[in-house]
Ligand binder design. Structure first.
Ligand code: MN
Length: 316
C-alpha cells in the first residue's frame, strides 16, 4: 500500500479529536456527528489511505450546561485548544470533528498555539455563513454565528482570550469561501478588517479553480502554515442535507472534494476541522459520505491525492 510519508519517512500522523456538542446552534443535532463518524469508520478510512490516523480526546458539553451555552463553550474551548495544541506540537495534524461551528474557537486557538513558533497562522473558512457576529451585532445570540469574529479578536473575551490572550488570526491571512447567507453587520466587520470573502456567487461566476487559487494565495502567505475549517453547510443542500442551517446555492461536493485533494501533498497544512454535520437531518448518508470524503481528500488519503503527489514528485 502506498503511504503518505512525513519528512522522517513515517506515515503522516492524524490525531482525530471530537466535540460532542451542539449548544452553540439552534438545533443541537450536530452533537451527534462525532459518534456518527466514528461508527462509520472515519479513522479506518483514513488509515486505508495510508495515514496513521487514530481518535484522541472527545470533549462534550454536559446536559446541565445547555441552559448557558456561553459558559459551556467558555469551559470546553480551552480544554479542546490544549488538546489540539498538544497534538500539533507533537507533530500530528489535528482533525477536529464538531459539533456546531463554535468548536472553531478552541480548535484554531489550539493550532495557533502550536504553530506560533513558526509564525502566524492562515485559515481558510469554507462556510455558507460568515460566523462573524459579536454579541452586540448578533440577532440570535447563538455562538455558532460568532467564532470567526472571536478568532480575529472581536467579541466575548471568554472566546477572544481562549487559551492565550487576544486575536489568533490576522485578517490578511484569512479567506472565507462559499458564503451566501449572512447579515450586513458581520459582513461589515469582515470588510472593515479587510478579510477576503469569496462568496458562492463569485465561485459560480469565476469557477472553483480560480476561487481556490485566490484563497490559497491568501492563507498561504501566513508563515506558520494554514488550516482549513469546513462547515458542512458550505456544500449545496443537494449534497449535504444533514446540517442544521442549510442554504441553497452551495458548493458541489463532486467539484470541491477532488479539488482539495491536491492539498494532500501540502506539508504546511496545520489542521482540519469539519463542523455542523447533523446525522438526524441526513438523507441516505449523503452528508456523512461527503464528510469522510472531505477528510480523506484534504489529508491526503484519497486516490486523487496520491496521483497529485506523484505528479509533484515527478516535477521535482
Ligand atoms: Mn459555520
Amino acid at each position: 500500500m502506498k503511504q503518505q510519508r512525513a519528512m522522517n519517512g513515517a506515515p503522516r500522523r492524524i490525531s482525530i479529536l471530537g466535540v460532542r456538542s451542539g449548544v452553540g446552534g439552534r438545533d443541537p443535532g450536530a452533537g451527534g456527528a462525532v459518534d456518527g463518524l466514528r461508527a462509520a469508520g472515519l479513522a479506518a478510512r483514513l488509515r486505508a489511505g495510508g495515514l496513521d490516523a487514530r481518535w484522541g480526546d472527545v470533549f462534550a458539553t454536559r446536559p446541565e450546561e445547555a441552559a448557558d451555552p456561553t459558559a459551556a463553550m467558555a469551559r470546553l474551548s480551552p480544554e479542546l485548544a490544549r488538546s489540539v495544541c498538544d497534538a500539533g506540537a507533537g507533530g500530528a495534524v489535528p482533525l477536529v470533528i464538531g459539533g456546531d461551528h463554535s468548536c472553531a474557537i478552541g480548535t484554531w486557538s489550539g493550532v495557533h498555539a502550536a504553530t506560533r513558533p513558526r509564525g502566524p497562522l492562515g485559515l481558510l473558512w469554507i462556510d455558507a455563513h460568515l460566523d462573524s457576529h459579536t454579541p452586540q451585532t448578533s440577532h440570535t445570540g447563538l455562538i455558532y454565528g460568532m467564532p470567526l469574529a472571536a478568532l480575529l479578536g472581536h467579541g466575548d473575551s471568554a472566546f477572544v482570550d481562549c487559551l492565550t490572550r487576544g486575536p489568533k488570526l490576522m485578517p490578511e491571512h484569512v479567506c472565507v469561501l462559499g458564503a451566501r447567507s449572512y447579515e450586513p453587520e458581520e459582513r461589515a466587520l469582515l470588510d472593515r478588517l479587510g478579510v477576503r470573502v469569496i462568496g458562492a456567487g463569485e465561485v459560480a461566476r469565476r469557477g472553483l479553480g480560480a476561487a481556490l487559487q485566490d484563497a490559497f494565495a491568501i492563507v498561504g502567505r501566513a508563515e506558520g502554515g494554514y488550516g482549513i475549517t469546513v462547515d458542512m453547510d458550505a456544500f449545496d443542500p443537494r449534497d449535504a442535507p444533514g446540517v442544521g442551517t442549510p442554504a441553497p446555492g452551495g458548493l458541489r461536493a463532486a467539484q470541491l472534494i477532488p479539488a482539495l485533494a491536491a492539498l494532500g501533498a501540502d506539508e504546511r497544512l496545520r489542521g482540519l476541522e469539519i463542523a455542523e454535520y447533523n446525522p438526524g437531518r441526513d438523507r441516505n448518508g449523503r452528508t456523512l459520505k461527503h464528510a469522510i470524503g472531505l477528510a480523506r481528500s484534504v489529508l491526503g488519503a484519497a486516490p486523487g491525492s496520491a496521483r497529485v503527489r506523484e505528479a509533484l514528485v515527478r516535477v521535482a
